[in-house]
Structures are given as structure tokens and as C-alpha cells.
Design a protein around this ligand. Structure first.
Ligand code: FES
Length: 91
């Protein structure tokens, strides 16, 4: 299971963390990756200055905007799963 953690602290919430989480969840459903990705919330990840803070597994990102959900998903999340045996079996 790939864990994607999205900060829901006050600064990130004001910058659209809920909208970003919804966008990523929509893409998970679109790509039929339910059960392979777990989206969880976290409080302040000490990187408030630019935009929403996100971790994908052990990799940390900051400054992610809700409107970047598609690009972020296909650049940082989808490639980690596209080689997964379950994904291959579904295609
Ligand atoms: S509120 Fe999200 S990193 Fe601080």
C-alpha cells in the first residue's frame, strides 16, 4: 500500500489541501487504483511557506497547489504503481 499523506494543518487547509486530496482521490478512482493507495491527513508538517505539503511514501513535497493535482499525481504517484502486479493484472 502506498501512503500519500496530505497536510491538513491550518496553513495548508487555507491553500486547498481538501481540494488537493479530492483531486488525487478522483484520479485514484479514475485509474482504478483503489486499495493500492491510502490517502491520510496529517497536521502541520513544518513546511508551510509555499502551499500544501504532501508525502508520497518517504518522499516529501511542499508547495503543491490543488490545481496541480493531475500533474502531481501522474508525475509522483502513478509511476510508483504502474509497475504493480495488481495494476498490470487489471489492464
Ligand atoms: S500547515 Fe501544512 S505544513 Fe504547516
Amino acid at each position: 500500500m502506498l501512503v500519500v499523506t496530505i497536510c491538513v494543518g491550518s496553513s495548508c487547509s487555507l491553500r486547498g489541501s481538501d481540494e488537493l486530496a479530492s483531486g488525487i482521490q478522483r484520479l485514484i478512482v479514475k485509474e482504478q487504483l483503489e486499495g493500492l493507495v491510502d490517502i491520510v491527513g496529517a497536521f502541520c508538517m513544518d513546511a508551510c511557506s509555499k502551499g500544501v505539503s504532501v508525502t508520497v511514501g518517504s518522499r516529501e513535497f511542499s508547495g503543491i497547489r490543488p490545481e496541480d493535482a493531475d500533474a502531481f499525481f501522474y508525475r509522483e504517484i502513478f509511476p510508483l504503481l504502474s509497475n504493480n502486479e495488481l495494476v498490470r493484472a487489471r489492464s
